[in-house]
Design a protein around this ligand. Sequence first.
Ligand code: SAM
Length: 489
Amino acid sequence: MPAVPILAEPFVRIDHSPLWRLHAAWWAERGAAPFATGEVPSLATSNGVAASERAAFYAALVARLTERGSIADDAPLSVLEIGAGDGRFAANFLRALAEGDAAARSLLARTRYLLTDASQRVVDEAAASPRLAPWVSAGVVRPARLALDAAAPAPTDAPLVLVIANYVASAVPAVHLQRHADGSYRTLMVQLSPRTPIPRSLADVDVEPAWEPVALDACCDDPRHAEVIGRLTRGLAEVTLAYPDRYLDFLLRLAPDLAPGGVIVTTDCGHADERALYGHFTPALHTYGGSLTEALHFPVLDAFAAALGWGVARTDEPLDPLHTAILIPSGPDAAVAAAFDAHLDTGRVMALMDTRAAGAYSLDDGEHRRALRCYLRCVAMDPWEPEHRYRVGLAAIADEYYALAIHHLLVGWDEDLERRWDIAFELGRAHALVGEPDAAVTWYRRSVEHAPHPVTWANLAHLLRTLGRDAEAAEAERRAAASAEISGR
Ligand SMILES: C[S@@+](CC[C@H](N)C(=O)[O-])C[C@H]1O[C@@H](n2cnc3c(N)ncnc32)[C@H](O)[C@@H]1O
């Protein structure tokens, strides 16, 4: 990990602090790995349900833009994804079009998908992933580095109709403000003290917060933000707000490049309810791995759109931790708002995530049958996701439904191109338990190719002994001992 020089500094505004340099350095260094390891969660924004809904919204949007004459029939179109991470959303979005009806497939043939991220390594690894590499070779996906603080977005050779921002507005600095009853404002400052001589991650620094007075019109570079913040906080006595000015500045720079009627879709963790602002508090810093995240207050987008005359629609269920908003820089469009209601405000993504969480709790509690029902529902909602198939396999084996486990694990094996889940191990277990030792040996051998775990070698050795394949068994026993020594297990 690169070191970020941090001297004992005086208090600085949190959005200007080296915390954000550590965050950027972490993404630059780690690339797409944190998604595979689960250090950074991404299923909520990149699952097949979310991607299919956005693909259906895209089709409805293109129909509307064609009807109003913004784009020509059959002309190429650009979709821009910012902060694209490991590219799973992109792969699912394109798959939804490819497996859709004739209209979806012809829309896909016109689509140029600009896959961008601030980290060159993230972009390179996403583009090289087995899910996206074929789309890159076919020229449909065009990978490029794009940081939201860059002067201008990537140029496009086809009208830009849709921008996808999944879980990235919360990953760029925001200015933190408190409004007091007398109408004055304070901003959050931090003083960092390195815990180690050369800090390499957010865990290596202590952060001391302090709120200092600030003039509202000196908070943000663009004077329009003061108006937006004024609208949001008017009439409220005590307010604490993380205002995403860097993200909004990027959208302001991007807006002229959008085709008339083009839409920005923001999906992020955050809240939909004004009550989240009430009172004075110092927000906790949320970190995933070495990256920072700040919950997005979605009513900001209403106030921003109102101040600029942009169209806006968003989800507003107060209990949901994940929200989606569309912004239309050229102004409100009732047909596009109706498409938002039909395709993006469905609650299906939250249903998927809640069912998955219920499955995990049930499995932990030993409620295997309930876990199995939950994960089968996840599969029904999101059939392309190998994680759900893997977990169906775990629960079904625990509940002794071996044939069911084998069926779903085999589908999962075909879907899990990155070999993120040790599905081969579970297939080995299921076949062994159902009394098919030869098949079990085959799958355990596949498992150790990707994950040479001592338990897998030991299971393999045991099966090979029972099959009378003693020389292979002895070799597997030797490998079990060696890998146990290396892994310390
Ligand atoms: C939390 S991840 C989300 C990835 C993906 N969109 C998803 O939903 O799983 C945030 C991504 O934003 C990227 N990122 C961070 N700061 C950025 C910036 N200033 N400009 C563009 N991308 C940025 C990171 O490299 C990372 O891939």
